[in-house]
Write a protein that binds this ligand. Structure first.
Ligand SMILES: Cc1ncc(COP(=O)(O)O)c(C=O)c1O
Length: 401
């Protein structure tokens, strides 16, 4: 067991995030704030490009370093990590890597997935893929129903590890055990968990995992990673292929082999051409920070904050999704009734609460009709207390309206 985070250590993290001087920032589920260290790594990269043009060997070393750190974060091997633009890119790499046959099916819960983990599958129907849907159950992805739907034609089951709304955790381990025993690829959209919640792809029997770096990984937009377990990656055929997906030993990047080429080992076959070096510089710096604290500690810390916030809202009589904090709840707390509106809720009182918090420099978001508060290592109990105080004042004044 690793040691719990000492308060001093997390306070040190907080001091590295200048945005906290102006915001009570509770929106990592939308996007993170950047640390000074990450910003400095980006500046150093751009300075080097501006002043010297840049050294390609150093850029490649950066790519391998960040790949290794991401692999370490999720307990994978570096070869099992490919570079991607975002989550959609990673998911499409998997979806288009299969040679679909009529009778094949994929199982998902479109009602709770982000559209970027639904459209890639609908698009595969033109190759004969059947998209099997399960309905949400009380805001949860019903993993038991997904397991029941698996049959001989099932190739892939896909879920979000934590949904973007209402923000509940999915029982990925329960799915992983069944998928592994049935030879089905389990693909996880980890947009809302990686970097905040501990992820161990081996322990959870996850075969593929897509992330982007602008949320829990504390980096920039336009950059992501795809993990694909070696055994699966080497069965898949990349739909796009370029030099970095082809194994020419240590030959120069502009070398051309003959027509009979070998694909790179494992997930490296999905790499294409030049990388997003600037966003990789950011991810490399933020991964160093995440690895230094360790995700088991960050998860415990952020979950404790999430539970305190949820309990505080409940004590104030607000409709917290999922009710009492339990195993379903981690660092994302939502209030209200799920709907379809991303600009407001059906409950005018909650719209007024949103306006009141925003006017008081709290950063949160609205997704599918619920107010969403999301936490990371740079938050603390003072943030939670401040949001609850502001809410209490608002509710008292609103009653007198
Ligand atoms: C669960 C989930 N998946 C995917 C995305 C975004 O996908 P992409 O990185 O392709 O823009 C988000 C962003 O909010 C998300 O919450």
């Amino acid at each position: 067991m690793d040691k719990p985070v000492e308060p001093g250590a997390i306070d040190a993290a907080r001091g590295n995030y200048p945005a906290l001087e102006r915001w009570t920032y509770m929106d990592v589920a939308g996007r993170c704030i950047l640390s000074r260290t990450t910003r400095a790594a980006v500046d150093a990269h751009l300075d080097e490009r501006m002043m010297n043009g840049g050294d390609k060997e150093k850029f490649f070393a950066l790519i391998e370093r960040a790949r290794g750190k991401f692999a370490q974060l999720i307990n994978a091997a570096p070869d099992e990590v490919a570079y991607a633009k975002n989550i959609s890119d990673g998911i499409n790499m998997i979806a288009t890597g299969f040679n679909w046959k009529r009778g094949d099916n994929v199982i998902l819960c479109p009602g709770l997935e982000h559209p970027n983990n639904v459209y890639p599958w609908l698009n595969m129907r033109r190759y004969g893929l059947e998209v099997r849907s399960v309905k949400p159950r009380n805001g949860h992805i019903p993993v038991d129903e997904m397991n029941k739907l698996i049959d001989r034609g099932t190739r892939v089951v896909t879920v979000s590890s934590v949904t973007f709304a209402p923000g509940f955790r999915t029982d990925v381990d329960a799915l992983g055990r069944v998928c592994r025993s049935r030879g089905v690829l389990l693909l996880v959209d980890a947009a809302q968990s990686v970097g905040v919640l501990h992820t161990d792809v081996q322990a959870s029997n996850i075969d593929a995992l897509a992330v982007s770096t602008q949320k829990g990984l504390l980096g920039l937009y336009g950059m992501g990673f795809l993990y694909c377990r070696r055994e699966w990656a080497e069965k898949l055929q990349p739909a796009y292929l370029a030099r970095f997906g082809v194994d020419l030993g240590g030959a120069h990047e502009a070398s051309m082999g003959d027509d009979k080429f070998k694909l790179m080992p494992a997930a490296r076959r999905f790499d294409l051409g030049n990388y997003n070096y600037v966003a990789t510089a950011a991810a490399d710096a933020s991964l160093t920070e995440l690895l230094a604290y360790g995700t088991p500690r960050i998860e415990r810390y952020a979950t404790k904050l999430g539970h305190a916030l949820a309990q505080g809202f409940l004590d104030l009589g607000l409709p917290v999704s999922g009710g009492k904090p339990g195993p379903h709840l981690a660092h994302i707390v939502t209030i209200g009734a799920m709907g379809t509106n991303h600009y407001g809720t059906e409950d005018d009182r909650l719209n007024r609460l949103y306006a009141h918090l925003t006017e008081n420099r709290v950063k949160l978001s609205i997704r599918r009709g619920v107010l969403r508060f999301s936490l990371h290592l740079y938050n603390n109990m003072d943030d939670v207390a401040r949001v609850l105080d502001l809410t209490r004042t608002f509710l008292a004044a609103d009653k007198r309206r």
